[in-house]
Design a protein around this ligand. Structure first.
Ligand code: BV8
Ligand code: ZN
Length: 236
């Protein structure tokens, strides 16, 4: 099982949550904007923050780390990728078995009736109205204080409980319940590997802590696995 966070997208040019927000958004903290309360209080500002992030993500490409993870998936069919990222870059890189634990930046649904709101034209400076009930349309991400969608949580917990190797890549391990998945995997005997240039809450529990950028480490890991495969001829 692989759990990724914002650090995996950093080398694509997407600022992480811990990075200081740039420009207009420097006076807010993500935890202040990424909540239902913030959206209800000021829908135009919160919607504009997501439009700014969508514009930014649309201009970047998956990096070598995303691409290596997509290739690892074909080398290790049992692998499950759980991502906290909402930027869609893993899918763009070719990963298919993905659990978008916190949703996706480019999805929208109605705040009132939860009706999906596909095809919102871009740019869209203000939040559109729901075609079913006229309620405000909101970004399809999981905000702080909101529950993780039940199916995503169930599948991620199942992967954590059954994996024999848990890799935490590019995450500060501060946001729950995503961060708790590592402890679940460890409690069922999985080996823990962390790839992060900085130490985190997980580092002291990791069997291997590789303190380097994921865009550098993951291609090496993928290459090493492919060589092992060729030498041993094994495919499990
Ligand atoms: C919930 C979508 C309950 C929105 C996001 C238990 C303990 C403590 C707190 C809580 C708890 N349970 C619940 C909470 C509250 C809260 C929480 O965890 N708060 C934190 C701040 C303490 N959790 C919630 O509210 C969750 N909901 O629990 O609901 C409930 C239950 C039932 C019914 C009703 C309610 C929901 C959390 C989801 C929030 N949504 N995103 C949006 O994006 O706008 S979270 C958002 O922040 C991201 O998705 C991501 O998950 C998180 C940022 O974390 P990281 O990805 O780790 O990024 P970060 O910047 O922190 O770190 C980057 C790392 O990369 C760094 O370590 C850096 O060193 C490294 N790095 C940098 N460059 C590289 C690199 N690594 C590798 N290579 C590089 N090149
Ligand atoms: Zn509606």
């Amino acid at each position: 099982m692989v759990l990724t966070g914002a650090g995996v997208s950093a080398e694509s040019g997407v600022p992480t949550f811990r990075d200081a927000q740039t420009g207009l958004w420097s006076r807010f903290r993500p935890e202040q904007l990424a909540t239902v309360g913030a959206f209800v209080a000021d829908p135009d500002t919160v919607w504009a923050w997501y439009e700014w992030r969508r514009d930014l993500v649309e201009q970047v490409a998956p990096n070598a780390g995303h691409l290596a993870l997509a290739e690892l998936e074909s080398l290790v069919p049992a692998m499950t990728l759980v991502t906290q990222n909402v930027d869609g870059l893993h899918r763009l890189a070719g990963s298919r078995k993905i659990i978008e634990f916190h949703g996706n930046l480019f999805d929208n649904h109605c705040l009132e009736c939860a009706c999906p709101a596909p095809g919102v034209p871009r740019p869209c400076p203000k939040p559109p109205r729901c075609h079913a009930c006229g309620g405000l349309v909101r970004p399809g991400v999981v905000w702080f204080g909101e529950a993780i969608p039940a199916l995503s949580l169930e599948r991620a917990v199942q992967a954590a409980d059954s994996c024999d190797l848990f890799m935490s890549i590019g995450t500060s391990m501060l946001v729950h319940p995503a961060a708790g998945l590592a402890a679940r995997a460890r409690s069922t005997g999985a080996a823990l590997v962390e790839i992060n240039p900085e130490p985190t809450e997980l580092t002291r529990f990791a069997d291997f802590a590789i303190q380097a950028p994921s865009g550098h480490v993951l291609p090496v890991l993928r290459q090493a696995l492919a060589i092992c495969r060729r030498r041993t001829g094994s495919n499990h």
